[in-house]
Design a protein around this ligand. Structure first.
Ligand code: NAI
Length: 461
């Protein structure tokens, strides 16, 4: 029988990163993945293809709307959607093949098929050629998540779909209705808005981007409205149906909305079905997430879980950190993830990025804090880029000055947040950031200035 020190189920960012780290540490590692391409949702139908389309659609929008301000006249910018979609597929292909190359380099055995636990130390890969039984000293579940359903809204794989379909519409929809103003709805809504769709976002809550710092989310709402998004808050969608001509979305208290495409983006749920969890008694919580201890071990001996199948934000980089910490702990006895230092980024324009506690969380926790704000309008580099929307917000403990949270809406916020995450990981104070020399002129100076503003001494405002 095939036998391995570690069998990882799922080759997304969490699973494949864990497998590589475990191989580096000397384990004999195998990965079971049901798709022919490695990389999981993130590489195949998530983070990567959406970012490819966000880049392309932003260039199209710039050519039509904003290059004039730089003194560049473009008489006519035409959209070549098939080329745009092919470019996205090429990027996905190159990256998924890259993961296969890394598996080879690290001598990781790959089984193609659906992975199922068949008892303690036993896993089965159900592939096209039938089941393969595998002996595993340790099993790591890294099966990720799938789109959550909404009662009354049945995705038909065409007019009513999830993010997977919205990455490949063959025509620009005339009217796209997005259900849910979260990460996916706003990113993919942005893509099609820039390419010419009317986009209506229906959100159940009284705000967009739940969980995000409210001041930043409110600013984002204003910016998106200015871009042309129609955002309806407090709007509970109760159903959607499609026919040959289009789709109709029903929401409580208003007239049905007729459109030609519907994107369902109301969250994601863990992939735990058919995993054989019951064969070893692995416990799940009320939301179907696998319960683990601080070292990612389930209640079943030798069975571990990381990423979207366990509690915490459903983010690729969170899964990667957990995968590394899990296998390092397994081999060396050490391995830890600081859940307070996991950044989140929404890749809209401008980008929105966050790490640590929001102002609301600090208030709810009764934690005394000081706040520093700095607008990109006052940042020289942002002016040169002609991207002056947004601001940086630094929240620091009012007694110790330790940075508790940083929230940014603005140009390249997703890159800028890395400095804040590193500072927080080292337990920095706002004074530490404020006294660090930042190159001029860069966007990063906005973070330094916001840190100075915590102590009421910003220079450029
Ligand atoms: P989400 O949880 O971010 O947002 C879902 C939204 O749908 C919420 O605002 C919720 O209030 C709303 N909603 C729920 N039921 C509704 C109803 N009946 N009618 C109207 N609105 C309703 O979920 P999303 O955008 O689907 O993303 C799923 C996961 O994928 C998230 O956990 C996110 O972290 C991750 N993701 C991360 C990205 C990134 O890092 N840039 C990009 C895309 C997804």
């Amino acid at each position: 029988m095939n036998s391995h020190d570690l069998v990882v189920i799922g080759a997304g960012p969490g699973g494949y990163t864990a497998a590589i780290r475990a191989a580096q540490l000397g384990l004999n590692v195998a990965v079971i993945e049901k798709e022919s391409a490695l990389g999981g949702t993130c590489l195949r139908v998530g983070c990567i293809p959406s970012k490819a389309l966000l880049e392309s659609s932003e260039k199209y929008w710039e050519a039509r709307e904003s290059l004039q301000a730089h003194g560049i006249k473009i008489t006519k910018a035409d959209l070549d959607l098939p080329t745009m979609l092919k470019r996205k597929e090429d990027i996905v292909g190159a990256l998924t093949r890259g993961v296969a190359g890394l598996f080879k380099k690290n001598k990781i055995t790959r089984y193609e098929g659906h992975g199922r636990i068949a008892g303690l130390g036993k896993v089965v890969a159900e592939g096209k050629e039938g089941p393969v039984e595998i002996e595993a000293k340790n099993i790591l579940i890294a099966t990720g998540s799938k789109s959550a359903d909404l009662p009354g809204v049945a995705p038909d794989g065409d007019r009513i779909g999830t993010s997977t379909e919205a990455l490949s519409y063959d025509k620009v929809p005339k009217h796209l209705v997005v259900i849910g103003a979260g990460y996916i709805g706003l990113e993919l809504g942005s893509v099609w808005l820039r390419l010419g769709s009317k986009v209506t976002v229906l959100e159940y809550l009284d705000r967009i981007l739940p969980g995000m710092d409210l001041e930043i989310a409110k600013e984002a709402h204003k910016v998106f409205r200015k871009q042309g998004f129609e955002i309806r808050l407090k709007c509970r969608v109760t159903g959607a149906r499609s026919d040959k001509k289009g789709a109709t979305v029903e929401c409580e208290g208003t007239e049905p909305i007729v459109c030609d495409r519907v994107l369902l983006s109301v969250g994601r749920i863990p992939n735990t079905e058919g995993l054989g969890l019951e064969s070893v008694g692995v416990q799940t919580d009320a939301k179907g997430r696998i319960a683990v201890d601080g070292h990612f071990q389930t209640n079943a001996p030798g069975v571990y879980a990381i990423g979207d199948v366990i509690p915490g934000p459903m983010l690729a980089h969170k899964a990667e950190e957990e995968g590394v910490a899990c296998v390092e702990h397994l081999v060396t006895g050490h391995g830890h993830v600081d859940m307070n230092c996991i950044p989140g980024v929404v890749y809209t324009h401008p980008e929105i990025a966050t790490v640590g506690k929001s102002e609301e969380e600090l208030q709810e926790g009764g934690i005394p804090y000081r706040k520093g704000l700095f607008p990109f309008m006052a940042n020289a580099r942002a002016r040169c880029l002609a991207n002056t929307e947004g601001k940086v917000k630094v929240l620091a403990h009012s007694l110790t000055d330790r940075v508790l949270g940083v929230h940014i809406i603005g140009p390249r916020a997703g890159d800028l947040i890395a400095e804040a995450a590193a500072a927080m990981a080292f337990g920095a104070s706002s004074e530490d950031i404020a006294r660090t020399c930042h190159a001029h002129p860069t966007l990063s100076e906005a973070l330094k200035e916001a840190a100075l503003a915590v102590d009421n001494r910003p220079i450029n405002i």
